[in-house]
Design a binder for this molecule. Structure first.
Ligand SMILES: *Cc1c(COP(=O)(O)O)cnc(C)c1O
Length: 495
């Protein structure tokens, strides 16, 4: 029997309306607009850590997932994890570590089918949803709506294509993704998926999706049409829990290779957008993984850096289009989970964010938050300099998101003098952002010629083009639509 329960971040403690993991994954967002969180965090014992260190990535994943998803059958979870993280999908291993220098380690999360870290969750989540539909006796189709700043869309499409009982629509900001990201999504195969651009930026796309979720009339209309809405964004618990795994896995690998001793505290640095990935790292820490500090790295859209510094979350500011588009976000949805965790009145703050565009978190919450988190941000020129210097000095090629993380980590080290070893989440292959990476390296290339860019970058750096990216170049373009934000709600009824 299941004992782990989930409830909404907007619920008051007395009225906790609990659901099982399967229900939380099926629903995506709680009915009151909040995000599902577990009622407690399972603890990692020494025995757990010893066992985990001896396992493959897939085994580690099923071990940790079953601690949270205790309503799922263990053997089924193990089989699903083996299929999701196998050699065919992650050639060379799911989350390998590259040592950049004496203290900094890059956790490469982009060796999956779409060359971005979203694969780490989205290869397993469709299986979790599919099981959840069966476990809850669901007969209607799950219609998944995804707002993407580029990488989630493709990774979700690849994870959910041709999965039974599921349909999916992906919305991306028309001018907010890289040419490669656009090409990856426009050429997506699968009979159950639809892709469209949205006029506006990522927040417009995300707000549009949230508005559909929050609309009771649309939910009723969907039901009449034999489906219900669900999400694959990191607001869904099924996205978050698989992301806890690689932090624990990385720690085990560092212990196994003798880079750290079991028990040593490490720093974790995460290039952050929606706050999902870094919140997963926080949960790993809450489970007992020795993480001494979490660095929240942002680009010029530095709303989180300001928040950590001042306690004021203010989205009413200029939106910057940067070379790290997956972090071009002014509303970091998963921050709500952390605020709730630290005891903030989440419903009230989120209502303020909605009406006034800003809120101030209570001082005691900020104090607890700063005990763990530090925020830094990097501008465009500094990001390009990190890409260039890291390649020239450390012989390591990083994408712009990872570069933001590395630059922020080094600023933190310079300011704090902290010399503990650090795991940097490397979130995308540099080939997904080949134009900006070439520019940073002073290699000239035509930014509209995707194939030429990949070949130029490969020749200039002596690195290999990831096979999944080479493959989309020859595929036919299937999706060319652009919709206005106001028309997004029509999509699930027309496609
Ligand atoms: C999604 C994404 C991020 C941000 O992750 P969050 O979980 O949204 O904070 C960072 N880098 C890349 C390459 C991404 O695709």
């Amino acid at each position: 029997m299941s004992s782990m329960k989930y409830y909404s971040t907007r619920d008051n403690a007395a009225a906790k309306d609990c659901v099982t993991a399967a229900e939380a994954i099926k629903k995506g967002l709680a009915p009151d607009g909040g995000l599902y969180v577990p009622a407690g965090v399972p603890q990692l014992t020494h025995g757990d850590m010893d066992a985990l260190c001896g396992m493959t990535y897939a085994q580690r994943a099923s071990y940790i997932l079953s601690m949270y998803l205790d309503d799922y059958d263990k053997d089924t979870l193990a089989a699903d994890c083996a299929a999701a993280y196998g050699e065919d999908r992650f050639p060379g291993g799911a989350a390998p570590i590259h040592k950049i220098d004496d203290t900094d380690y890059s956790l490469e999360l982009w060796h999956g089918p779409t060359s971005a870290f979203k694969d780490m969750a989205l290869q397993i989540m469709p299986r979790l949803l599919s099981r959840a539909l069966k476990m809850t006796g669901e007969e209607k189709t799950a219609y998944i709506l995804v707002a993407t700043s580029g990488d989630t869309g493709k990774a979700a499409l690849e994870g959910y294509r041709d999965v039974d009982g599921v349909k999916m629509a992906v919305f991306y900001p028309d001018e907010g993704v890289s040419p490669m990201q656009k090409r990856q999504m426009a050429t997506q195969e699968g009979s159950n998926v639809y892709v469209t651009a949205v006029e506006g930026n990522f927040d417009d796309a995300q707000s549009g999706v949230k508005a559909i979720f929050g609309n009771g009339d649309l939910a009723k209309k969907a039901e009449e049409n034999g489906f219900f809405f669900s999400s694959a964004n990191s607001i869904n618990w099924g996205r978050l829990v698989p992301q806890i795994v690689y932090y624990i896995s990385a720690y085990c690998d560092l212990v196994k290779t003798g880079e750290i001793q079991n028990g040593d505290e490490i720093i974790v640095c995460v290039p952050t957008g929606n706050f999902g990935n870094i919140f997963a790292a926080y949960l790993a820490k809450e489970m007992g993984l020795p993480i001494g500090r979490l660095i929240c790295a942002s680009n010029a859209n530095n709303v989180l850096t300001d928040f950590i510094d001042t306690g004021v979350y203010d989205r009413t500011r200029e939106f910057h289009k940067t070379m790290s588009p997956s972090m071009d976000i002014l509303i970091s949805s998963n921050l709500e989970r952390l605020l709730h965790w630290l005891g903030a009145p989440t419903a009230e703050l989120m209502a303020k964010l909605n009406t006034e565009g800003k809120y101030t978190a209570p001082a005691d919450v900020m104090e607890k938050l700063r005990d763990v988190f530090s925020g830094y941000w990097l501008g465009e020129e500094d990001t390009a300099a990190v890409i260039r210097d890291t390649f020239r000095q450390d012989k390591y090629l990083v994408d712009p998101h990872t570069a933001v993380g590395l630059g922020c980590l080094r600023r933190y080290r310079a300011e704090s003098g902290d010399k503990r070893k650090a795991v940097l989440a490397s979130t995308a292959s540099p080939y997904k952002f080949a134009a900006d990476v070439c520019a940073a390296l002073d290699v000239s290339a035509d930014e509209n010629d995707i194939a030429g860019l990949l070949n130029t970058l490969s020749a200039a750096t002596g690195t290999e083009i990831p096979a999944p990216l080479a493959a989309v170049l020859t595929r036919e373009i299937r999706f060319r639509d652009v919709v206005k934000p106001a028309d997004m709600a029509k999509v699930p009824f027309e496609h």
